[in-house]
Design a protein around this ligand. Structure first.
Ligand code: HEC
Ligand code: HEC
Ligand code: HEC
Length: 429
């Protein structure tokens, strides 16, 4: 045997051994199907508690397709590895979770394993839900099992090879799934501990607000350091002090419950549905979340002072000058200093907007391209989408203009490149 072939043999044995270990790791038994429990087997108290849990966990946001039935699944979730469709979690026996026992449901939420034993993709944030208490899980189960059953099957996932091979998730779970209840920190007060549990567990805030590594796991040691989701930047939650005005707990509670806070920006993109859900839970939960978020702030360099009364002067760059004319035509009626809407409902001026003061133009550009949908009664957040109205250069001019006019921070570079990039990402979704 040559040296080389010896090494090849050793290599082969190692690979086979790894595959055997992997098979053992990934194997999960099916849990026997049950007939759906009668609605009367769940008491009103538990269902009510379940409504709160389901709202805090945003279950409806991911599990409802655009214009679809609540919890019936089918919403496409774009990931760097392809598209994953959220499944039907109504109690329909054939297509939903009607035949799932509480045991099977608990295993899915804590370990990302479906009733029949297949591993679920971490687009379902079970690595966070694993912190949920038994009480919260059975309440959520009671609530979901008493919804209207809907017959609906999500489209097949469209993932790149080899990630379409679910057993590989066993390796991912070894790295990123750390089950176990969260221990309360005895040195901290009860509100902050409750907030941490909600933020890390049910609220799964880190799944959007943390940077991800190349295999889609949250980078260790950088929790809440800011991430990108659906083409939006989810700002660092540890750097709220970088805002033009420091956040108070009350403003944070307002933002999380209404999508808008005085002296700060408004929630748009994927954050808006989060705030809609948080609007329905008891205020004490949101106070706890806000208290915890304020307790994890990292020191920031002194922020530039922003003023509310901005002169209607843009910067002097040619982009910003071109943007000024577009702004007067399309934006000033809502955002200009004299706009009647400016003062309604404590609408924040663009001067306080995180998007306008951010290090990159991504969210300002995304806001102009996509706007904020019209949501019936909740029309306060409505902003038209300008993606069909203006070309890349014009969108970039508008962004440059609002940066120069409303922020004390320096101009953004390569704004037009960002516009093209965000537009391309949006089209691909
Ligand atoms: C960020 C999006 C997201 C959120 C939030 C979310 N889910 Fe899911 N969930 C998914 C996706 C995607 C799948 C499908 C994963 C797959 O097919 O591998 C899924 C699958 C499931 C399954 C397995 C169903 C099946 O048929 O295999 C259950 C049960 C479930 N979710 C319950 C919940 C509950 C309860 C909540 C709220 C506490 C919730 N989900 C919140 C995205 C989400
Ligand atoms: C589905 C992804 C997603 C989830 C889940 C999510 N966020 Fe966000 N969040 C975002 C995005 C995107 C933005 C930026 C929105 C914008 O610019 O309008 C944002 C903005 C924010 C802001 C404003 C930050 C600033 O500097 O202006 C706060 C505060 C916030 N989120 C807190 C939370 C908390 C607390 C949770 C968990 C309860 C949470 N978020 C869960 C995506 C998410
Ligand atoms: C019909 C009114 C309306 C028009 C027209 C409009 N917007 Fe908006 N815009 C809104 C609303 C509502 C929000 C959400 C925040 C709020 O409530 O103030 C918003 C938010 C924004 C934000 C994010 C602010 C934040 O708090 O993070 C930016 C940036 C922005 N708009 C820029 C523009 C630009 C540029 C134009 C013109 C091309 C424009 N808007 C036109 C109503 C409008």
């Amino acid at each position: 045997m040559t040296r080389k072939s010896k090494w090849l043999t050793v290599g082969g044995v190692v690979i086979v051994a790894a595959l055997i270990v992997a098979t053992l790791l990934m194997w999960r038994p099916a849990i026997a199907p049950i007939s759906p429990p009668a609605a009367s087997s769940f008491d009103a108290q538990t269902k009510l508690a379940g409504a709160r849990v389901v709202a805090l966990g945003d279950c409806i946001v991911c599990h409802t397709a655009k214009g679809g039935q609540p919890f019936a699944g089918g919403l496409p979730l774009a990931t760097p590895f392809g598209t994953i469709y959220a499944t039907n979690i109504t109690p329909d026996v054939e297509t939903g979770i009607g035949s799932w026992s509480l045991e099977a449901f608990t295993r899915a939420v804590r370990y990302g394993v479906a009733r029949d034993g297949h591993l679920l993709y971490p687009a379902f944030p079970y690595i966070h839900f694993t912190r949920m208490s038994d009480g919260d899980i059975s309440a959520a189960y009671a609530y979901l099992m008493t919804r209207e059953p809907v017959s609906a099957t999500a489209p097949a996932n469209d993932l790149i090879f080899p990630l379409n091979f679910r057993p590989l998730l066993a390796f991912w779970n070894v790295l990123f799934l750390h089950p176990g209840a969260q221990q309360a920190d005895a040195s901290k007060d009860a509100q902050r501990n409750r907030g941490k549990l909600l933020v890390d567990g049910l609220g799964h805030c880190a799944s959007c607000h943390s940077p991800l590594n190349a295999i889609g796991g949250e980078k260790s040691g950088q929790a809440f350091g800011g991430g990108i989701v659906d083409g939006w930047e989810a700002p660092a939650l540890t750097a709220l002090g970088a805002a033009p005005k420091p956040w108070t707990q009350q403003q944070l509670v307002m933002y999380l419950r209404t999508g808008r806070a005085s002296e700060h920006g408004a929630a748009a993109g994927p954050m808006l549905p989060v705030t809609r859900d948080l609007a329905t839970v008891p205020e004490e939960d949101v106070q706890a979340i806000a208290a915890y978020i304020l307790s994890i702030q990292k020191p920031q360099p002194a922020a530039a002072h922003a003023t509310a009364d901005i002169a209607a002067q843009g910067g002097n760059s040619p982009q910003a000058q071109r943007g000024a004319a577009l702004f007067a035509a399309s934006c000033a009626q809502c955002h200009g200093p004299a706009a009647p809407m400016q003062s309604i409902g404590e609408r924040p001026t663009l001067a306080f907007s995180t998007a306008v003061n951010a290090a990159t133009p991504r969210n300002a550009v995304q806001m102009i391209l996509s706007g904020n949908g019209w949501h019936g009664e909740d029309s306060m957040n409505y902003m038209p989408a300008f993606n069909q109205v203006y070309n890349d250069q014009q969108i970039a001019d508008l962004a440059s203009y609002i940066r120069a006019t409303y922020s004390q921070r320096g101009p953004w570079q390569d704004v037009e490149t960002m516009v093209a990039k965000v537009r391309q990402e949006n089209n691909a979704r």
